[in-house]
Design a protein around this ligand. Structure first.
Ligand code: 5GP
Ligand code: ZN
Length: 115
């Protein structure tokens, strides 16, 4: 599985940077965003280093499907009952800041800081 030693999310996968994990399996990790935009804000990432959604190909479809399918379960587990938002920022014009593919999932009572 590809890892980038300089990547902050690879360090979270490896455990060398701490995170508040909410879900983990062999392919996927989910943890609370350090600067939440909403009462509940988690990031869902592939454990493999993939820089962005612009870098995926058909081979990534299973892990991408797993990430998306995980969102409703995570929100249920975290007590979000009134809907949630999923966002994947991609590349400079997409506002991506961390170049390890991640899906934001956020919810909870409004107002939210973004969106
Ligand atoms: P982007 O703008 O790339 O879509 O979002 C990156 C997100 O990663 C931001 O919401 C930011 O708060 C979060 N983030 C950056 N560094 C860390 C970290 O070390 N730990 C956690 N939990 N979140 C981080
Ligand atoms: Zn990485």
């Amino acid at each position: 599985m590809a890892h980038d030693p300089n990547c902050v999310f690879c360090k979270i996968v490896a455990g060398s940077i701490p995170s508040k994990k909410v879900y983990e399996d062999e392919q996927v990790l989910a943890f609370h965003d350090i600067h939440p935009w909403a009462p509940v804000h988690v990031l869902v990432i592939p454990k493999e280093h993939v820089a962005s959604l612009a870098d995926v190909d058909d081979g990534h479809a299973p892990v991408l499907g797993r990430m998306l399918a995980l969102a409703p379960k995570l929100m249920r587990d975290l007590g979000v009952k009134n809907g949630f938002r999923t966002v994947v920022n991609t590349g400079p014009d997409g506002g991506q800041e961390v170049y390890h593919l991640h899906m934001h999932v956020y919810g909870g009572p409004r107002p939210w800081a973004k969106g």
